[in-house]
Write a protein that binds this ligand. Structure first.
Ligand SMILES: [Zn+2]
Length: 279
């Protein structure tokens, strides 16, 4: 009989539900107010009482931004599971689950369409697909979105919402950081603007590459933005972290962001910024 037994049950995520929950009436994650769900959704998933921003999916994001229908591209790119990776379950099973949950083949939707009549390439990350992690497909789709913007001489907006690089694809995920950064440099040489929008959460390899490379970097209120998570940092430096650490407002105060924008003002702000940058 072994002396020690390993407990194999996976850790439960400690995070609270930050998407708008199902049901007719919902409770705000932040102010605990009971709200009529329909009213919250109509308010772009922002709490009408306290302005808490619920997390929205990539397609909901495109709906918030585009005037009308948009053209989605590179829809069918899928991960080849190059390492045949397996943790508590096979990576292939995680991909399948993500697909069923989000109706997307990976954690990013790229599209071209109009914002108040201005044609823009928008790539939005999907947190519901393996925590919005960046693997080969996300990296390739962001790169192609950049290249499309360059080719058609359009401005680019990337909406980040990610737990970071996708560990199930190992170093191939990390390579995406360099690939995307190089493509962004070419876009810059072509004189085309890139606006980066950071939403809750933007962390790890995504923060360490394209999210922080915008000509203009915007963020939604109270979004968690950082490289390593606050708990890891607190344990490493063995010191309590300041109030509001790694939240949008804190980053703005410390010069890491250009603007914190309420979702209800987002489209207007983006259009104004892009027009200024395109001149
Ligand atoms: Zn609220």
């Amino acid at each position: 009989m072994p002396w020690f037994r390993k407990d194999h049950s996976p850790l439960q995520p400690s995070e609270q539900e930050s998407r708008v929950p199902e049901g007719l009436w919902i409770k705000c994650t932040s102010c605990k107010e009971i709200l009529y769900r329909k009213e919250v959704v109509q308010n772009l998933s922002v709490c009408p009482k306290c302005a808490f921003h619920f997390r929205i999916s990539a397609r909901e994001r495109l709906e918030v931004l585009f005037d009308a229908a948009w053209e989605e591209f590179d829809q069918g790119l899928v991960s080849a599971d190059p390492l045949a990776f397996r943790d508590t379950k096979p990576y292939a099973a995680r991909l399948k689950e993500g697909r069923a949950k989000t109706n997307s083949w990976d954690a990013l939707v790229s599209a071209v369409g109009e914002l108040e009549g201005l044609r823009v390439v928008v790539a939005a990350m999907e947190y519901g697909f393996i925590g919005g992690s960046m693997g080969v497909v996300v990296g390739e789709k962001v790169t192609r979105a950049i290249e499309r913007a360059e080719k058609e001489r359009l401005p680019l907006v990337v909406v980040s919402c990610s737990g970071g690089a996708r560990m199930m694809e190992g170093t191939l995920s990390l390579m995406q950081m360099a690939k995307i950064s190089a493509a962004l440099a070419r876009l810059d040489e072509a004189g085309l603007p890139f606006v980066s929008l950071l939403t809750d959460p933007t962390t790890g390899g995504v923060t360490a590459s394209f999210a922080m490379l915008g000509d203009l970097i915007l963020a939604e209120p109270r979004a968690l933005i950082g490289f390593a998570g606050p708990r890891v940092i607190a344990e490493t430096i063995r010191q309590p972290l300041p109030e509001g650490f790694q939240r949008s407002e804190f980053l703005l105060e410390h010069g890491m962001l250009d603007m914190v924008v309420d979702r209800r003002e987002l489209k207007k702000t983006l259009v104004r910024s892009l027009q200024l940058l395109m001149d």
